[in-house]
Design a protein around this ligand. Sequence first.
Ligand SMILES: *Cc1c(COP(=O)(O)O)cnc(C)c1O
Length: 375
Amino acid sequence: MSATLRETPLLLTPGPLSTHPLVRAAMLRDLGSRDPEFIAASARVRAALEALSPEPGAYAAVPVQGSGTFAVEAMLCTFVPAGGAAAVVVNGVYGARAAELLERAGRRVRRLVVPEALAPSPDALAALLAEDESLRAVFVVHCETTTGQETPLRALAAVTEAAGRALLVDAMSSFGALPLDGLRPLAVAASSNKCLEGVPGLGFVLARREALAAAAGVAHSVSLDLHAQWLRLERDGQFRFTPPTHVLLALDVALRLHAEEGGVAARGARYRENLHRLVLGLRGQGFVTLLPDERQAPIIVTFYAPADPAWSFPLFYEALREQGFAIYPGSLTANPTFRVGCIGQVYPLDIDRFVAVVGEVVRGLGLQQLGPETP
Ligand SMILES: *Cc1c(COP(=O)(O)O)cnc(C)c1O
C-alpha cells in the first residue's frame, strides 16, 4: 500500500468528496475579490448554476459564503418572513435542522415527521396544509443524506402547488445529479462540495427572480440576506463580504467538468452505476441495505451494521482506510448502520475495487453474520 493512498483516501462519503485534480489545481492562485478575473469567474459560476435551475431564465443564482447549511438558513429566512409559518417535512436530520433554523429565527413551524426509513406521504402533507392556512411555504429535502432516501419530491411538490403554497427545496446532496426540470419551486439550496464536485466553502440558492425582488428586508440576518446579496452581485458582480476566492475558482472548473461530462443526466448515470455495483457487490457478501431499491437515491447508501459479535465500526473503518477508502458512520437512532457514498470523483471501477477490499476486510476481521440483528 502506497503512502499516498493512506494519506489521501478515496472519499466514499456525503461530502466533502474526492475532487478532480483540475479542480484542486484551480485553487493554486491568489486572486483578489475585486480582480476582474475573479469577478468574471463569479459571473460564469452564477450563469452555470442558473442554467442548471428547474427553469433556466426564471431563477437567479445567489451564492452564500459558508457550508450548505448557511445557504439553507439564508433561503429560509429570506423567504419565510418573521411572523410567518412553514411546513417542514422531516424524514432525517436535515429536515429536523431546517425546522430548528426556522424556529431559532422566530418563524413558526409545523413538522411532518416520518420515520427515517419510510417515505413522506403527499396525502399527509395535503391534510396539514388544508388544516393550517398560515403555512405559506413547504420545505422538503430532495435526497435525505441521513439515509440516502430519494424523497418523493415530485408528488410533494404537486400537493404544495395545488394548495397554492411556495416550495423550498434542500437539494444539497442531489443538485447536479438528479434532475429538477418540470418542478417550480420558489427556491432551491445546494452547495459547491456535493454532486457538483467542487470543494467545500460556498453554498448557493437558486430563487425565482420575482420572489427575490420582493424579499427586500425580510431576512432577520444581514449576512444571510439573499435579497441584499443578489442586489450587490447584480450591481457590480461583487460579493458584499469576503468571498472564498479559491473555492469559487475551483467551482468554476468543477462546473465546466460537469458540463463536459454531459451535465445532470451523465453525472446521475455514473452515480447510478456506482450505486448499482456497490449494492450488488455488498449484498452479494451478505450485507443488507436499510432502504428498498425504489427509495434509494444514487448518492449514499445506508447498510445495517452486521449482527456478528466481532463487528466494530472503528475497526472496519480503519481497515478500509488502510486500503485507501474512507466511509461514513450511520446516523440513525433506531439501528446501528454505516454509510457508503457513490458521489464525487468515483467511478464504477473504484466501486469494484472497494467491494473486493470489503470482502478482504470481512475475512480479516472474521465476520460471518453480515446481516442485521433485526432487519
Ligand atoms: C450536506 C447537506 C447539507 C448541508 O450540510 P453542511 O454540513 O452545512 O454542508 C444540507 N442538507 C443536506 C440534505 C445535505 O446532504
